[in-house]
Design a protein around this ligand. Structure first.
Ligand SMILES: [Zn+2]
Length: 287
């Protein structure tokens, strides 16, 4: 927040301000020709499995390369916090910050969910978004952000001295411990910043603080992904419900979320291959 200013303005201020913005990471070199193939393939999806995520809880799910998965609103407006891992190496996980640097504050169709260093490859491509009509509103808000983190008991403790155990961070940790036998200490270290599915967020105009509004999601809405490698997903139904009031408490009305896994005959995938980890040689200038 740039509110408290103590320094004098320099005499040459006019030569220091007003430069034109340049996109840091132009993303037009990232392959996206597969999207039209995926849009044709999704006409032939066959449902394989469904997982219901209870309110204020999380569950894990596995998706193999070449399959699709959907996160769907059921019963009422509800926000979901999504973690994605390489199924065979949980150290390779979704990198919200770099994905944001590549695609901006909120994700939608065609955007790829990149993994952490030293892997940096697409874990999944978003193939459909029934909320893409929302675009950005007059406050700069939109859905499916990668600017938030995940609600957690530490920040809750810091700000309000509460011990609350059903924040998304704890829900995701608990799911990894209970369903994947990950040790508690390790589990909470590999839980990472999420894709905030269906959450309506932005930065305030004046202080640029993270804000949220009631999500426009309604039952039947979904966000769909294509798995570019074998994935372990973990999804938390946020205790904030539609995140229209508060989170990190039992106050908000919460609903379940549904994850469905869909397979498709490989002939429709036109020889799309699994994504490859970065081929940077990792020398870092040390000879
Ligand atoms: Zn949450």
């Amino acid at each position: 927040m740039k509110i408290k200013k103590f320094s004098e303005k320099p005499l040459d201020i006019h030569s220091r301000i007003g430069a034109k913005p340049i996109v840091c990471y132009p993303n037009n070199t990232i392959e996206d020709k597969n999207l039209s193939i995926l849009h044709s393939a999704r006409e032939h999806l066959v449902k394989k499995k469904e997982v219901i995520i209870p309110p204020r809880d999380a569950k894990t799910f596995e998706v193999k390369f070449g399959e699709f998965f959907r996160i769907e609103s059921v019963d009422g407006p509800q926000v979901g916090d999504l973690n994605l891992f390489n199924l065979n190496n949980l150290e390779e996980k979704f990198y919200s910050g770099k994905t944001r640097a590549l695609y901006g504050t909120h994700l939608s169709v065609g955007d790829k969910m990149f993994s952490s260093f030293p892997y940096l490859r697409s874990l999944a491509t978003i193939t459909w978004d029934t909320l893409d009509w929302y675009d950005y509103d007059k406050d700069g808000g939109s859905v499916h952000d990668v600017i938030g983190t995940r609600c957690d008991p530490y920040t809750s403790k810091l700000l309000s001295d509460n011990d609350y155990h059903y924040c998304c961070h704890s829900n995701l940790t608990r799911a990894l411990v209970k369903e994947k036998n990950v040790q508690l200490d390790h589990a909470e270290k590999i839980v990472h910043d999420v894709l905030n599915v269906f959450m309506l967020t932005g930065f305030t105009n004046d202080t640029k603080q993270y804000f949220m509004k009631a999500s426009p999601v309604r039952p039947g809405d979904y966000l769909e992904f294509f798995a570019e490698t074998d994935l372990l997903g973990a999804l938390s139904a946020c205790p904030g419900g539609d995140c229209g009031s508060e989170h990190s408490s039992d106050v908000a009305k919460c609903y379940p979320l549904k994850v469905s896994i869909w397979s498709v005959d490989p002939k429709y995938l036109n020889d799309i291959k699994p994504s490859l980890i970065s081929n940077y040689d990792r020398n870092h200038g040390i000879d």
